[in-house]
Write a protein that binds this ligand. Structure first.
Ligand SMILES: [Mg+2]
Length: 223
């Protein structure tokens, strides 16, 4: 879909590039495996129920917190399930991996002197673990966690506060995410260039955007 764009001209219009972390830069397989397999296993062991029953129960709990800061708050889930969620994440840190072409893309942006921010709903403890494992943090001018703003990316007010914080011109800003609700909120806040990262997990087929956003399967499509 980007093939038709004059890429040189496109990039000349951009000052800031805002990038989501999980599913966009990093393989969401880690998160899916964590919440859908590992946590239910540990929960089932702890409460003496089947893994299947645990998965069903947990899915209900997850759904109740979707689109809120609790959803990514590891301390919230540790308390709720009486499990050490950060320690469990640490156990499977070998599954944390960077999507293809991400580092090339970050270098590409650096060469063109674009301002780059990582903008994530992830909790501080997840962010720290993932940056330690992937060593991507030097590529970012800013790393913004939704907990710093006090709102999740699904809220329009998040983007208005972020704009004040970073001082970007929304007309000269691009934002890329593998989830549509944050893209819709950013759009309402006036951010002009929005891309849906369709391949969030290496283990799942690319998703089709439902709200008319331009989709990219991989970052090589933007270079
Ligand atoms: Mg994501």
């Amino acid at each position: 879909m980007i093939a038709a764009l004059d890429k040189g001209q496109f990039w000349s219009q951009i000052d800031w590039v805002l990038l989501d972390m999980d599913g966009t830069l990093l393989d969401k397989y880690f998160d899916d495996y964590f919440w859908e397999i590992l946590v239910p296993q540990k929960y089932a062991e702890k409460y003496g129920i089947s893994v299947k029953k645990a998965q069903k129960e947990l899915l209900n709990y997850y759904r109740q917190e979707e689109g809120t800061l609790n959803w990514t708050d590891l301390d919230f889930w540790s308390q709720k399930f009486d499990l050490d969620i950060p320690a469990l994440k640490e156990q499977i840190r070998h599954l944390i991996s960077i999507h293809p072409y991400v580092e090339d893309f970050l270098q590409f942006l650096k060469k063109r002197k674009k301002k780059v921010a990582l903008v994530t709903n992830a909790h501080y403890k997840s962010l720290e673990l993932k940056m330690k494992k992937t060593r991507l943090s030097p590529y970012f001018d800013r790393i913004i966690c939704a907990f710093d703003i006090g709102l999740p990316k699904e809220k329009v007010a998040f983007w208005l506060k972020l704009q004040k914080e970073l001082g970007f011109n929304p007309q000269k800003t691009a934002f890329i995410d593998d989830s549509e609700p944050p893209l819709l909120a950013a759009q309402q806040a006036g951010i002009k260039y929005l891309f849906f990262k369709s391949q969030s997990s290496s283990q799942l087929p690319p998703k089709i955007p439902l709200n008319g956003f331009k989709a990219i399967q991989s970052f090589n499509e933007l270079m």
